[in-house]
Design a binder for this molecule. Structure first.
Ligand SMILES: Nc1nc2c(ncn2[C@@H]2O[C@H](COP(=O)(O)OP(=O)(O)OP(=O)(O)O)[C@@H](O)[C@H]2O)c(=O)[nH]1
Ligand SMILES: [Zn+2]
Length: 192
């Protein structure tokens, strides 16, 4: 098995074993023997974005001479709430107005960028902001709009127990901050 970048798998596995003991479980029973190693590998995947560079996700650009909005809607997002370490999931809508030179990135790279930031311990507000700022910084975009709609399992399966409640967050940058343009972009993003 390859060692994921920046993650100490044996230490993570030892911590999971300790957690099982603290919860009153027997980590030696048959069903749990491989669990610490398995959870460590699963966490390495879940938090892989901590060791990835957003600039890399956006490094490939194309000169297509297009300087109007490009929008990818309904990008599936799985992230982890940093307060409870349980998932929040939903969709991201990412739109941008390319730089004046009309250089665009590959569409899949916007989804890769979402993953770089989603696969970290997060709050939804920061995740939304980081995606928008990276597009401004690395694509020199003239405008950006990012909207996330997520359900937080820490609100559904425990605590306040409100399954189905969805949290909307947005981040708008550059030309899209103008109120009329912003309203138009928001209606496109929300599919109305
Ligand atoms: N703003 C924000 N809050 C979040 C996010 N994810 C989880 N939370 C909230 O973080 C808060 C943590 O509150 P605490 O009172 O410290 O924790 P708690 O006692 O487990 O709270 P409850 O979830 O209400 O039981 C909760 O209100 C969560 O709903 C997020 O992405 N953004
Ligand atoms: Zn939470």
């Amino acid at each position: 098995m390859s060692t994921p970048r920046g993650i100490d798998l044996p230490r993570a596995a030892a911590a999971v074993r300790e957690l099982l003991i603290a919860l009153g479980e027997d980590p030696e029973r048959e069903g749990l023997q491989d669990t610490p190693d398995r959870v460590a590998r699963a966490y390495a995947e879940q938090f892989a974005g901590m060791h990835q560079d957003p600039a890399e996700a956006l490094s490939r650009t194309f000169d297509v001479d297009h300087d109007e909005m490009v929008l990818v809607r309904d990008i599936e997002v799985y992230s982890t709430c940093e307060h409870h370490l349980v998932p929040f999931h939903g969709v991201a809508h990412v739109g941008y107005i390319p730089s004046k030179t009309g250089r665009v990135t590959g569409l899949s790279k916007l989804a890769r960028l979402v993953d770089v930031f989603a696969k970290r311990p997060q709050v939804q507000e920061r995740l939304t902001t980081q995606i928008a700022d990276a597009i401004v910084d690395h694509l020199d975009a003239q405008g950006v709009i990012v909207v996330l709609e997520c359900e937080h399992l820490c609100m559904s399966m425990r605590g306040v127990r409100k399954p189905g409640a969805r949290t909307l967050t947005s981040a708008v940058r550059g030309q899209l901050r103008d109120p009329a343009t912003r309203a138009e972009a928001m209606s496109l993003v929300m599919g109305r």
